[in-house]
Design a protein around this ligand. Structure first.
Ligand SMILES: [Zn+2]
Length: 80
């Protein structure tokens, strides 16, 4: 398994305060230069993780998800 996923799972377990309920966030993974992921392998480095909740990017994704949900609702109502 990729090291960055293991590190994210441990962070989620150890620091739930960084992942508040009801928020949408994004995580940046900063791989080390020699990481095998750049050669198509699994992440084998000790990447830095940056967690952003309610960041501009998270807000943009939330708007997209909300728009898709509205669109799906409209399509369903037209099919009935
Ligand atoms: Zn890596």
């Amino acid at each position: 398994m990729h090291n960055y996923l293991i590190k994210l799972a441990k962070l989620h377990r150890d620091r739930p305060d960084m992942f508040p309920a009801g928020t949408l966030g994004d995580v940046g993974f900063y791989q080390d230069d020699p990481c095998a992921i750049f050669q198509g392998g699994e992440c084998n480095c000790d990447p830095d993780l940056v967690v952003n909740t309610d960041s501009d990017e998270a807000a943009r994704v939330k708007r997209m998800v909300d728009s898709a949900a509205k669109f799906a609702t409209i399509i369903r109502s037209k099919r009935q």
